[in-house]
Ligand binder design. Sequence first.
Ligand SMILES: *Cc1c(COP(=O)(O)O)cnc(C)c1O
Length: 423
Amino acid sequence: MMKPDTPTNDPKKIPRVRLPADARPDTLAVREGLPRTAWGENSEALFLTSSFVQPDAATAAARFANEEEAFTYSRFSNPTVMMMERRLAALEGTSGCIATSSGMAAILLLVMGLLKAGDHIVCSQSVFGSTIRLLQGEFSKFGVQSSFVSQTDVAEWQAAIRPNTRLLFAESPTNPLTEVCDIRALTAVAHAHGAWLAVDNCFCSPALQRPVDYGADFIIHSGTKYLDGQGRVIAGAICGAAELVEQKFVPVMRSCGMSLSPFNAWVVLKGMETLSIRMREQSARALQLAAWLEAQPAVARVYYPGLASHPQHALAMAQQGGMGGAVLSFVVRGGAAANPVGAASDARARAFAVIDHTQVCSITANLGDTKTTITHPASTSHGRLTEDQRHAAGITQGLIRVAVGLDDVEDLKADLQRGLATL
Ligand SMILES: *Cc1c(COP(=O)(O)O)cnc(C)c1O
């Protein structure tokens, strides 16, 4: 558990909230941040200001030279953004955190901060699609090469390591098939070669999984998902050791400006107050829905880490605090088409029928919302892949992803049953 520093009277440091050194995550989730202003506000203040007035020229010089910690300009830091960073760091158990304008900006900052031309990344082939495009499409232009390996086969990660490998990048569980990787095993592979391990912790959030507990060096977040939790803003962050955040990421942020807006930071900050109860409740509902789906004759297969049928069920339960998370996928049973092309288009039609018969679920590719969302990965998030690439990734035309929110689970069953009954 992260222990907040004792409050300091050092005028050259930004002070800490006065909290017991052993305050637990639920308390930190509602209280970690910055001390109240002189007005004594109980809810965190929203500092919508681009710059900060300095008391005199000499102090301004000291602050711009980083000799003194203070706010100068909101591209560098902002009190509302810092409250979000401190709160997220407290939940992830890291000493540092830097907020970014989106989850993708966090991955951009991670690679820009840690790597240079000639370096190499080993990444799971099952990570978020935009992550693959960023590494493969954008960073290869600047001489940073990436190899993509199995999410679950540690030997493949090991075999992909080169002398210039500096970073291993994983995400667990993955979207949409909920494959789980062994974070502790990947840490061992990374550290044996002097490389860092970064874990995208979007799907579990620190409420269910803390990658640093298994040795990960950096945690990536899309605050857009469960941290906000109500589908309102785009936000992101990197958590890690404060010295590394300071050395590797702060200078890049200052010159590149992928800064989080104070308003979005404030929304995420308030979202984190209910993160733990939302994650637990949404996971419990997802488990109920997954178990029900598994018993439906029109469903061929359900992917959900909380089910005993999941290939990494035991690992997931150990790594994710005994919970499966709130995202599940299922495959509708195929039709009677004789050839593969006919079967694929038939499977797509059947999946579309289930999606289009819903009245409660939102048809959208986003996730992490209190409103349950439903999507057809093969034609949306994975629509830019060829059918062969999709096949290799296990994203078939009959696959449907549901990100379970706080809707009544009986309404969700009825919502899916409407379409399943037509198959
Ligand atoms: C959504 C998502 C991202 C990207 O986050 P944005 O905030 O949309 O930029 C990265 N990783 C995972 C796992 C995601 O689900």
